[in-house]
Design a binder for this molecule. Structure first.
Ligand SMILES: Cc1cc2nc3c(=O)[nH]c(=O)nc-3n(C[C@H](O)[C@H](O)[C@H](O)COP(=O)(O)OP(=O)(O)OC[C@H]3O[C@@H](n4cnc5c(N)ncnc54)[C@H](O)[C@@H]3O)c2cc1C
Length: 496
């Protein structure tokens, strides 16, 4: 074997995964066909659950220190949505994808991992011991496992002949990174009676500190083939159609056409090969979810591959990647489709759609609806199917970031190991044989919910402050007091 895991694609999914693998102590090779990182941004923001996962690895503070990354309110189908309605400590932040990629690139380099750029995978064969990948330059590499994080047009997915069912794109809209004048007065979404619309989102600042924005334009006649380049005149015309002379284009930095294609791989696992990120799911970038979903795939898969490489993974563990992440991806695709319908992004002005939108806009003012939608969009509503989930409301959910006096739960997860919270010091003997994989934490000063939704509101008073077992990716896989041994064996393998 040349390496334990080969990660194909150094986008946000591949880099997050590489970091998880290093945390798990697994040798990793990261390759990308591009000779240098793109300096153009696609995603504009990081959702609560991704922020929490970064915090669990000690990466949140250094990431946010890279610049001005304001908290912004979100939207559902263009209807303003306070994303902090999910009740989490860390609400949505504007962090452009290019910043995330640069941050991970530097962080991985500090850990000794440099992406091998200009390395395009073109062939793949697997046997019962490993995977052999071949590259267009004629070289080859052998790894125990391979992860395809090679984006929407994944070569690996094609080589596996994995079905990528869903809907083909039927329409396009324009997405552009711009500097504008007069945009401060414009709302995030503006519609005209004739169906033309524009959306504007903050995208940080340029090197001179001037505000950049993501502009999205759609409406009748705006759907052109993706092959036709977007011109400055087209963007100017789109702005004038929606805003008149109020908003003017100062600089067009990057523009592309995006489609409403919506597809998801049928199987995330093919033996020793796994699909993650856009290689596994594509959809319209509505509500800032694609990159976040890919990064969550990586957090889910990294520790499981680590367990397999180190030899303690129970037989079924690698299969739980598909079992957990496929439904999570499907839920994202569904909410995006609902949004694209309600947004009338093709500008049809269909009276049925407008009526549904009016009703939905009224519903979206209700706190319970806001909480539900914010949970969907921010990834915090994800609950993985797990044994014991029917018996305890926390099992399957991301762990509450409990305040333990000198530390917080999310800080404890920085080791990349499992954590057993044992406030009453009752499980030392039982958990002892797993102490090489699970850190038991007892004798804490206090166990207070930091996060009201996850800790107490949702699960009833006091729940969430008792004993619980947390996987390395931050999900609760057991909550006490009974049957800890089967849970430890299920997630962390045989006792030592
Ligand atoms: C306009 C726009 C706005 C968006 N806004 C948001 C947002 O606000 N929030 C959000 O969460 N998401 C957003 N997204 C989606 C987000 O950009 C993607 O989901 C994200 O880039 C997926 O990351 P990835 O690492 O899975 O794939 P990619 O970023 O596509 O990375 C794949 C990498 O694999 C490499 N590669 C491909 N083939 C090979 C090969 N054969 N060999 C080696 N390397 C290969 C590529 O060079 C590339 O670097 C947006 C997308 C667009 C287009």
């Amino acid at each position: 074997m040349d390496t334990d895991v080969l990660v194909v694609g150094a986008g946000p999914t591949g880099m997050t995964l590489a970091n998880e693998l290093l945390t798990a102590g697994v040798s990793t090779v990261l390759v990308d066909k591009l000779t240098r990182r793109s300096d153009l941004s696609k995603a504009g923001g990081v959702q609560s659950r991704t922020l929490e996962a970064l915090d669990q690895r000690g990466l949140l503070e250094p990431l946010l220190a890279t610049g001005d990354h304001p908290v912004a309110t979100g939207h559902f189908a263009g209807i303003p949505l306070p994303l902090h309605a999910n009740g989490r400590r860390l609400p949505w932040r504007s962090v452009p994808q290019v910043v995330i990629e640069g941050f991970f690139d530097r962080h991985l380099a500090e850990r000794g991992l440099y992406a091998r750029r200009g390395h395009e995978l073109s062939g793949l064969a697997q046997d019962h011991e490993g995977v052999t990948a071949s590259f267009t330059d004629g070289s080859a590499l052998r790894a125990r496992y391979l992860v395809a994080a090679d984006g929407a047009h994944s070569t690996v997915r094609s080589l596996l002949r994995d079905a990528f069912p869903g809907q083909p794109g039927t329409l396009t809209i324009v997405a552009a990174d711009v500097r504008l004048s007069g945009a401060d007065q414009a709302g995030s979404h503006t519609w005209r009676e004739d169906g033309h619309w524009a959306a504007l989102f903050p995208l940080g600042t340029d090197a001179q500190g001037r505000p950049l924005r993501r502009l999205v334009l759609g409406g009748p006649g705006r759907s052109l083939s993706r092959e036709i380049p977007v011109t400055e005149d087209e963007v100017r015309d789109g702005l004038a159609t929606v805003f008149g002379t109020g908003v003017r284009l100062l600089e067009l930095r990057y523009a592309r056409r995006i489609t409403n294609a919506s597809r998801q791989a049928e199987r995330y696992r093919h033996g020793r090969v796994f699909l993650a990120g856009d290689a596994a799911h594509v959809h319209l970038p509505l509500g800032a979810q694609g990159m976040n979903t890919g990064m969550q795939d990586a957090f889910n898969l990294g520790w499981k591959l680590g367990a397999a490489v180190h030899g303690w993974a129970p037989e079924h563990l690698l299969d739980t990647y598909h079992a957990e992440r496929h439904p999570a991806g499907a839920a994202v695709l569904r909410n995006v489709r609902a949004q694209s319908l309600l947004m009338d992004w093709a500008g049809t002005r269909d009276p049925d759609v407008l009526a549904a939108r009016e009703v939905f806009t009224a519903l979206a003012q209700l706190p319970d609806v806001q909480r539900h939608l914010a949970g969907l969009m921010s990834g915090t509503a994800v609950r993985y199917p797990m044994p014991g989930a029917e018996a305890h409301p926390l099992v399957g959910h991301a762990a509450p970031d409990l305040d333990l006096g000198p530390t917080r739960v999310h800080e404890l997860l920085r080791s990349g190991r499992g954590v057993l919270l044992d406030p009453a010091d009752a499980f030392a003997r039982i958990a002892g044989p797993w102490s090489d994989r699970v850190d038991r934490v007892n004798g804490v000063d206090r166990v207070n919910p930091v996060d009201p939704v996850n800790g107490v509101d949702r699960v009833g008073s006091g729940a969430g402050t008792g004993p619980m077992l947390i996987r390395p990716d931050g999900y609760v896989c057991w909550a006490g007091p009974d049957a800890l041994v089967p849970a430890l064996a299920h997630w962390f393998g045989k006792p030592r």
